[in-house]
Design a protein around this ligand. Structure first.
Ligand SMILES: [Zn+2]
Length: 172
């Protein structure tokens, strides 16, 4: 059985128990409810997904990242997953990226950035207020603006992420 953050009964009746309500008031959004429903509907009865767990999402205005417990599920179970992704795209009107809990920052950044951008380096830096952040240096053209990407990455990794773009000179 596919797992989502919410009880199946709560998702299907739309009457959320105290525990699910609590989750909605804290870590999860109504987008997660929509996605959890779609996951149950599309993958819930498939044997190949019985150990799959939907952990949650991070979103900005144009982008949503779905986090699962399994690495490379998009590659290994492409057909079923691509149907889910197109339904999520339809429901949220956002671009969808799939990741897992353990994916490293560079890989995740590359997935979000698209093929026309390259990650040059990632380094730690201290912000003026004394807190730490990670800077991702990018060359090329990003599919989403830096603010959107850093918002999503910061939420997934629970740390401050800053993105800086290297100017590409003409002819390069
Ligand atoms: Zn519940």
């Amino acid at each position: 059985m596919v797992k989502t953050p919410f009880h199946e009964i709560c998702l299907s009746t739309e009457i959320f128990c105290q525990e699910c309500k609590e989750k909605l008031n804290t870590r999860f959004s109504f987008t997660d409810v929509t996605i959890s429903r779609l996951i149950l509907e599309l993958l819930g009865k498939k044997k190949e997904f019985e150990n799959l767990e939907y952990i949650g999402s991070a979103e900005s205005s144009k982008l949503i990242v779905l986090i699962f417990n399994e690495a490379n599920i998009l590659e290994s179970k492409y057909d079923a997953l691509s149907l889910l992704l197109s339904r999520v795209r339809e429901a949220t009107k956002k671009d969808v990226v799939v990741t897992d809990r353990k994916e490293n920052l560079r890989t995740l950044m590359e997935k979000i950035a698209g093929s026309s951008a390259k990650v040059l380096y990632i380094r730690e830096l201290w912000l003026p207020d004394g807190s730490k952040a990670k800077e991702i240096r990018i060359r090329g053209k990003l599919k989403f603006n830096e603010k959107e990407i850093s918002q999503v990455l910061s939420k997934i990794l629970n740390e401050k992420i800053e993105i800086s773009l290297e100017e590409v000179k003409a002819g390069e």
